[in-house]
Design a protein around this ligand. Structure first.
Ligand code: NCD
Length: 311
């Protein structure tokens, strides 16, 4: 169903596979509207959520997705596991491998943690965010949400604003947009861009006000203070005045353009409360799409309907 057993980076999925994932997610979104939101598709399969970093949306949406497909889900959070006793990621992975699970969703502060798990475990690995590297299912749900709101992906001009250099969301969204024929534009002060922004494969702009009138999507990122060694700008007020989305800036966007944010938001820093709660914001639609897209990813990775062949 998908050529790769894993989704660790956007390199693991082709443009055709993105189309297949989005199409499959659309049928699961329909199931999510029903009163009884459960399918027997992954009955007997075991999905482990292995989260070493905090998460609200990603962990719960993978958990709900697994339950709606009738998989057995196990939640492993670092604070209540042997990790606090000093167990290495490799040993934790070997322990879980011995219990024969079918799919592991991993979030870890180290870039490359999913690849390490894939070496040790004989199951599908989905990256739920690895350090400052990638977060591919976030990019897939973002594409889904854009297509729902704007009716297409090819040709869209998508401004990704803010903390590009620490953002695994941008790390997956930029290549994902390129694969579907959209144009990613990163908009940030130089202190929040990587040293060589040209390697991102996106257009680079410093001035948000100049960028706004040509955008179809304005995608705001949280400033990841926890990943920065020092304050990347003088104050939050300074940041908000130059890069924060507010009503005056939203008025500079074309009428059809939408505002997105992966969450969690810092209201008053990268986005004002009135923009976050406005009818041009699709932030809650992103969360909603997350469940259907993650159902699609699990279904396609685990072989879909063929998976229960023994029955
Ligand atoms: C992001 C993450 O954890 O990578 N959130 C998410 O998964 N929805 C972004 C962030 O923490 O700012």
């Amino acid at each position: 169903m998908l050529a790769s057993r894993h989704i660790m980076t956007m390199d693991d999925v082709t443009a055709d596979e993105i189309a297949l994932i989005l199409e499959t997610a659309e049928s699961f979104a329909e199931v999510n509207q029903r009163r009884i939101k459960k399918l027997p598709t992954l009955r007997g399969r075991t999905v482990v959520n292995l989260f070493f970093e905090p998460s609200t949306r990603t962990r719960t949406s993978f958990e709900i997705a697994a339950k709606r497909l009738s998989a057995d889900g196990i939640n492993f959070s670092a604070s209540s596991s042997a990790t606090v006793k000093g167990e290495t990621l490799r040993d934790t992975a070997k322990t879980l491998a011995a219990m024969a699970c079918d799919l592991v969703v991993v979030r870890h502060k180290y870039a490359g943690a999913p690849q390490m798990l894939a070496e040790v475990m004989d199951c599908s690995i989905v990256n739920g965010g690895d350090g400052v590297h990638e977060h591919p299912t976030q990019a897939l749900l973002d594409l889904y949400t854009m297509r729902q709101a704007l009716g297409k992906l090819a040709g869209l001009r998508v401004g990704i604003v803010g903390d590009i250099c620490h953002s695994r969301v941008a790390g997956s969204l930029v290549p994902a947009l390129r694969k579907v024929g959209a144009t990613p534009v990163v908009i940030a002060p130089p202190t929040l861009l990587p040293a060589r922004p040209d390697v991102l494969g996106a257009e680079v702009m410093w001035d948000l006000d100049e960028a706004l009138p040509a955008l179809d999507v304005c995608y705001l990122l949280r400033v990841q203070f926890e990943r920065a060694d020092a304050m990347p700008f003088p104050s939050n007020r300074e940041y908000a005045s130059l890069y924060g989305m507010n009503l005056a800036r939203m008025a500079k966007l074309p009428r059809h353009a939408i505002v997105m944010h992966p969450g969690p938001m810092n209201r008053g820093v990268e986005i004002s409360a009135d923009v976050a709660d406005s009818d041009r914001s699709v932030i809650l639609e992103q969360v909603e799409s997350g469940v259907a897209v993650r159902m699609a990813v699990m279904y396609l990775l685990l072989g879909g309907a063929d998976s229960g062949a023994a029955a």
